[in-house]
Design a protein around this ligand. Structure first.
Ligand code: GLN
Length: 462
């Protein structure tokens, strides 16, 4: 039963929302002590909300599209009454005083929030080893990192602790852990989902999005969280298609749509990726060819520019975002309690922001970003989608020490979508030695539906 079918079963009283919550609570009780996906659980709230929904359904009252489905939320998205620590000691006692717009949307549709998920501190990282609450284990690859920074949300999905999880993606933080944990993860077009209520890492790159075990869960979440929001000045005001309808189209229609798709893979993406990953991804490319899509190989010559551009902008924007954590209004002064990685970003961000240096580095990074954006969009003029690996390396073993540059290199294939504001999704392509390998699709801004279509086709026919 996929997530959409489960929502129908709840509506038809074949499954009680209460039972759904209880099942997840028992899995969490059993597995969370070893996996550490959740760092906060609100059992009473989830059960009482479920009871309320069951009651409404029994009485024939109208319920929302997510009625009875259970959500895990990354600990940097504000949920009223919950601890919103961003996995940092800085905010260990900080309780959300309001619901982020995405949370409001989910609650309006009767989704049930069960708890808050672990992450790299302030979303700075890609392994979830860098959390004040300890590392999260990868439920799909024992002993390996789950990826990050939304590692807790991906592990919660991988370990069946909730139906849908909501993460944030600044340079890959939804897609990277989705890839390492073998689940679905989607970063929408920049501006499609409101960032109001998200503790920002780098505001011009941050985007909230869903993770789930099937494409219907992703689609249902997107239909709910995509909305125009006047309180977020970067929020788009455009109509997106109903993603759940795309996922539920007939097989014939999906097959027909795939025959009309033109999809590229990129030479340079392959060159920088582990061959064991390429071999798995190539099989997905073959499946797409078998569906009748036209597959072409294209060249993107700016790969080397992407990481320096991304990290420079990230450091500067993060430095500015953290100035409010001065220990006066809430929590601790960030520099006094944060991890080495967060401090590195603050210090270098501060240095680059100084008048005499900002022109030298920051302005150049902005120019490089425009170049990357226009070049990747040029490629996307000639094709519907770009497909390839999500992460160039397999998840390393927990505790293996990486130099900052080695760690940053894991992000090379995901930062492009953030720099250019593109939608991008990751799904499991297969495994190497029992370790999940992710496949990434990217499209032009606002073409999120094309990615959903291709992912649906692979889920159905792959
Ligand atoms: N790993 C990247 C970074 O550390 C991306 C993080 C993210 O997407 N939140 O900046």
């Amino acid at each position: 039963m996929n997530t959409f079918e489960k929502s129908q079963a709840i509506r038809n009283q074949e499954l009680q929302a209460t039972k759904n919550v209880e099942n997840f609570l028992s899995t969490i009780e059993k597995s969370n002590p070893s996996i550490n996906a959740f760092i906060g659980i609100n059992k009473e709230y989830a059960l009482s909300k479920a009871k309320e929904i069951d009651e409404k359904i029994k009485n024939g009252e109208e319920v929302g599209s997510l009625a009875g489905l259970v959500f895990g939320i990354k600990a940097n998205i504000s949920v009223e009454g919950e601890i919103i620590s961003a996995s940092s000691k800085t905010l260990e006692d900080y309780r959300g005083s309001y619901d982020a717009t995405v949370i409001k949307n989910i609650k309006d549709q009767d989704g049930i929030i069960i708890g808050m998920c672990n992450m790299d501190e302030f979303a700075a990282g890609n392994s979830t080893e860098n959390s004040y609450y300890g590392v999260t284990a990868n439920p799909s690859a024992e002993g390996h990192i789950p990826g990050g920074s939304s590692g807790g949300t991906a592990a919660a999905i991988g370990a069946n602790m909730c139906d849908i999880a909501i993460g944030s993606d600044t340079g890959g933080s939804i897609r990277n852990p989705a890839s390492h944990c073998g689940v679905y993860g989607f970063k929408p077009t920049y501006g499609a989902v409101s960032r109001q209520g998200l503790l920002d890492l780098s505001m011009s790159l941050d985007q909230i999005g869903p993770l789930s075990n099937d494409i219907s869960g992703i689609a249902m979440a997107l239909d709910t969280i995509i909305s125009h929001d006047e309180t977020d000045c970067t929020s788009l005001n455009i109509e997106f298609p109903v993603f759940t309808d795309i996922v539920n189209q007939s097989q014939e229609k999906i097959e027909e749509d795939m025959k009309n798709m033109k999809i590229a893979h990129i030479t340079q993406f392959k060159d920088i990726t582990d061959n064991n990953i390429n071999n798995v991804v190539d099989k997905s490319i073959d499946k797409i060819k078998d569906m009748g899509s036209e597959v072409v190989e294209l060249s993107f010559d700016y790969v080397d520019l992407c990481l320096p551009t991304y990290y420079l902008l990230n450091y500067v924007e993060f430095f500015s975002a953290t100035r409010k954590y001065d220990g006066r209004k809430y929590g601790y002064k960030i520099e006094e309690v944060c991890s080495e990685e967060v401090l590195r970003r603050i210090e270098i961000g501060s240095y680059i922001s100084q008048q005499e240096f900002s022109g030298k580095y920051y302005k150049k990074a902005l120019q490089a970003r425009s170049l990357i954006r226009s070049e990747i969009n040029k490629l996307l003029e000639s094709v519907d989608l770009i497909m390839g690996p999500t992460v160039p390396n397999l998840p390393h073993k927990i505790g293996e020490e990486l130099e900052p540059m080695e760690a940053y290199a894991y992000d090379i294939l995901t930062v492009i979508a953030n720099l250019a504001g593109l939608p991008a999704g990751s799904m499991k392509a297969g495994e190497y030695n029992g370790i999940p390998v992710g496949l990434q699709f990217q499209a032009k801004p606002n073409d999120d539906a094309k990615i959903i279509k291709a992912m649906t086709a692979l889920e159905l026919l792959g």
